[in-house]
Design a binder for this molecule. Sequence first.
Ligand code: SAM
Length: 317
Amino acid sequence: MFSYRHAFHAGNHADVLKHTVLIATLDHLLEKEAALTVVDTHAGAGLYRLDGDYAGTSGEAAEGILRLLSEKKAPAAPAPAAKSAAKKASAPEADAPLADAIARYLSVIHDFNPKGGARIYPGSPFIVQHLLRDHDKLKLFELHPTDARTLDANIAQLEAGRQIAVLREDGFGSATKFLPPPSRRALVLMDPSYEIKSDYGRVLDFAAEALKRFATGTYAIWYPIIPRPEAHDLPRRLKTLATKAGKPWLHATLTVKSSKLITKETGETQRPGLPASGMFLINPPYTLKPLLAAALPQLVERLAQDRHAAFSLDAGG
Ligand code: SAM
């Protein structure tokens, strides 16, 4: 445990999806004046340098936020016969305006990089804090000793006083203590590292317990789409949970490449790196689906690494 450091992955395609959804969700929730509490059960370090040692090692941001900023588009690929609800992006339209949710995400990244580019990449705690109003609250959980220290130091610079609490506690185990918050309005972001198989089951248990305590909260769960039964089952089980609780849900996925093993010239095989990820929301804002319907095809178009790039968008309840 604890080999995962988000600094290696900051700004990758999964962060692009997750943070685009997070911002679109928050924008809607913040339209109402009543105080909002945001609980980030797996916060990470808060801020990342994309020109730093960690980010440079894997270069994942190059295929995520940096590629999006460069406005490069993937070459149009012939769409293989669709087997599932997954959709290929239609051929790139050269001058199509950027979808609102992507433009908004990029504007937030720009706020952290006023000179342009994305040398600084804000993690979820800083994105949320940037958008919150003075009377809203933010609860951050982070267990990794180094990342928790960095998060503490990063948050201290904001001089946000009692608006933000950093807890070195198990987000799965204790974040429900903030539910329901006094204003009865909350967004819970669950973004575990899924380093251990049991994380998938713990996400589900957390969501079940959270819904029992606070059925009207908005829950946003990120998960990796990898060839592992638990990863495959998680959205299905979340859908069942939401449906049984009579709550609306939304499920969005972004695939940037094939998950097949790569065979090198030497004959050795290599894992392709994270090919896809998903966001599952319970009680999503009604505005989210149309925003993502416009944004996801453009994310596929701009972040595709091969002809397997695709998205899916489903909602129910
Ligand atoms: N949400 C962050 C963002 O969007 O910028 C990234 C979070 S990263 C994917 C997951 C984080 O969860 C890691 O920093 C890891 O150390 C932390 N973590 C792992 N298990 C945890 C637990 N049980 N409780 C709280 N944090 C945990």
